[in-house]
Design a protein around this ligand. Sequence first.
Ligand code: ZN
Length: 91
Amino acid sequence: MIQLTSAATLEKAINKARTVKPLVRVAKFGRYTVTNKQTGATYTVECMKREGKRFAHCTCKAGERGQACYHLASAVAAHIQLATERAQLNF
Ligand SMILES: [Zn+2]
């Protein structure tokens, strides 16, 4: 589990995600599966908000060690987009 404080936290992971271009699927709001299309490896990423702080967690080895992996960065990007769309629908 890592806390999402600033974009800099995810910068390296975002760059990796741009190279790998993984497939992100929405399981439900806040829960995503991220697949590396080259290897077929799939991991689950959960995004959550606790006491106003944003956290995310990935099931891969790096994620279990609390590192920001590209799965997490990809899922967070999808989550932000989804949250923005939801906010616009609930005006
Ligand atoms: Zn991961």
